[in-house]
Design a protein around this ligand. Structure first.
Ligand code: SF4
Length: 233
C-alpha cells in the first residue's frame, strides 16, 4: 500500500525469521517424508541444517578459549542429542568414549542439570568442555544448535554473569541467535507433528539417559517417551 509506514528493522527481522522458519519446516518435512525417519536420516538432516548456519557476524567478541557460556544450561531437541550421541559413539575410540561417558555421568550426578540454578550456582563446566586443554569444545563440529547460536558482543558481560552466578543480559546479534537457534525448534515441531515424543531436553540429562539405556534411541524411534526425565519446562 502506498501510504503504509515503512517497515521497522524489528519487523523486517521478524518477517525474515518467520520466512526462514517456514522454509526450514517445509524442508525437513519433505526430507523426512521422502526418506523415512531413522538415525542416519536425522544425521543427514542435522548436517544440512548445520551447513545452513551463517558465520558469526563481525563484531562478535567470542574467541577460542573463552568458555563462560559453556558453564550454562544447554537445551537441545531430541534428534540433535540422538545424532550427537551416535556420531560420538561411531567416531570416538572406546577409551575416548569412556572418558566422555565418565564426564557426563559425573556432571549428571552433581545435581539437577535441568535447572538454570544448578549451572549458575555451581559454575560446572559442560562435560564436553576440555578444561585441561585451553577450554575447547571437544565436540565442536557436532555441538548443538543452541551452542552455535550463543554468542556475545561483550565478554565483560559474560564474565560478570559467570562470576556473580546469575543470569545476565548478554548483548548479541538477536537475528543471528534466533535464526541459528531455530533449527532445534524445527526438529522439535516437525517430529511432534509426525507423532514422536518431541520437546526440548537438557543436553546432559538426555545424554545420561542414552548412556544408561542402550535401547533408548530405538525406543524413541518406536514412539516411546524415553526422554521424559530430561524434558525442559
Ligand atoms: S557442547 Fe561444546 S559448545 Fe556446547 S556448552 Fe558444551 S563445551 Fe560448550
Amino acid at each position: 500500500m502506498e501510504n503504509d509506514p515503512p517497515e521497522s528493522s524489528e519487523d523486517r527481522s521478524k518477517h525474515l525469521l518467520a520466512a526462514y522458519m517456514a522454509q526450514g519446516l517445509d524442508k525437513l518435512t519433505a526430507f523426512l517424508d521422502g526418506n523415512g525417519i531413522s538415525l542416519p536420516v536425522l544425521g543427514v538432516a542435522m548436517e544440512q541444517f548445520t551447513k545452513s548456519v551463517f558465520d558469526l557476524p563481525e563484531g562478535t567478541a567470542c574467541k577460542q578459549g573463552c568458555a563462560y557460556c559453556c558453564h550454562l544450561k544447554v537445551g537441545v531437541s531430541i534428534p540433535e542429542v540422538l545424532v550427537i550421541y551416535n556420531e560420538l559413539a561411531a567416531q570416538t575410540t572406546p577409551e575416548g568414549f569412556e572418558f566422555l561417558k565418565e564426564r557426563v555421568l559425573e556432571v549428571a550426578a552433581k545435581g539437577n542439570t535441568l535447572t538454570e540454578d544448578f549451572w549458575l550456582s555451581t559454575r560446572t563446566p559442560c562435560p564436553f568442555l576440555d578444561i585441561d586443554k585451553n577450554q575447547l569444545c571437544m565436540i565442536y563440529t557436532l555441538r548443538p544448535f543452541s551452542c552455535r547460536a550463543y554468542h556475545s558482543t561483550e565478554i565483560a558481560a559474560c564474565q560478570k554473569g559467570f562470576e556473580q552466578g546469575r543470569e545476565t543480559l548478554i548483548p548479541c546479534f538477536p537475528l543471528y541467535r534466533a535464526t541459528t537457534d531455530m533449527y532445534a525448534s524445527i526438529f522439535t515441531k516437525v517430529l511432534a507433528e509426525k507423532g514422536f515424543f518431541s520437546y526440548q531436553v537438557g543436553f546432559v540429562k538426555a545424554f545420561e539417559i542414552l548412556l544408561k539405556n542402550k535401547n533408548a534411541s530405538g525406543q524413541w524411534l518406536n514412539r516411546e517417551d524415553v526422554f521424559a526425565a530430561a524434558k525442559l519446562g
